[in-house]
Design a binder for this molecule. Sequence first.
Ligand code: IPD
Ligand code: CA
Ligand code: CA
Length: 257
Amino acid sequence: MKDAVEVAVEAARAAGKIQRDRSQNIGRISPKGSRDLVTEVDILCEQEVIRIIKKRFPDHQILAEESGASEGPSSPSKWIIDPLDGTINYAHGFPCYCVSIGLEHDGEIIVGVVYNPCLDELFVAEKGKGATLNSEPISVSTIPKLENSLLVTGFTPEVVNSLDDNMGYFRDFMKASQAVRRPGSAAIDICYTAMGRFEGFWELKLHPWDVAAGFLIMQEAGGKVTKLDGDPLGVYDREILASNGLVHDEMVKILKH
Ligand code: IPD
Ligand code: CA
Ligand code: CA
């Protein structure tokens, strides 16, 4: 597995470098719609990540946001890639974006790497071996009560036109916690919860590439990750509640309300 971690880190750093180098020249294109942008940099990062992974693991499957699922013979190993999480931030020069790479093996995430080039922060987790930020171990916060918690969420392009738009939860958590932030990169939101900057994160209608790496980073940092109602979560579920564990039940209570 060491090999896979090294490859994921190499690929994440390579994509982060592209993001940094191209930040003044993003090559904006938007085939998905005004809220769901894709830039040339999303595509370049994805190609580079896949190239690096394929060089070492040619038989592994790939599920990547922009190119979808790879074809070819099935393999128990699948890389789940968000080449640029926080594209709207990136397109506006707001420094909060990253690359997220998870490796699933036999249905379980065993490696998770998130790299934020704006702060040069590299989050790495390996199943059973803990989580690190720039090689230092991380763990979730010890704040026990929701009223003292800083929470984080996001609003996917999909929820904006839906009745299920997260606004009710946002309002409820604003009243029940110290504050709620909405930075615009789900992978960073999860990693910040894993390292104790936030106590809890929830979001609706996410995709596996948004959460695959963060899912393991949270678990290895001692956090709790479930569906909004507290039931067990898989990375293909389209919702997430991640917390330091201590405020989880309080959050579930509000989300079930
Ligand atoms: C988005 C970001 C954002 C979240 C959206 C995601 P993208 O990913 O993670 O924080 O609220 O749900 O779609 O499109 O920038 O890769
Ligand atoms: Ca994303
Ligand atoms: Ca993306």
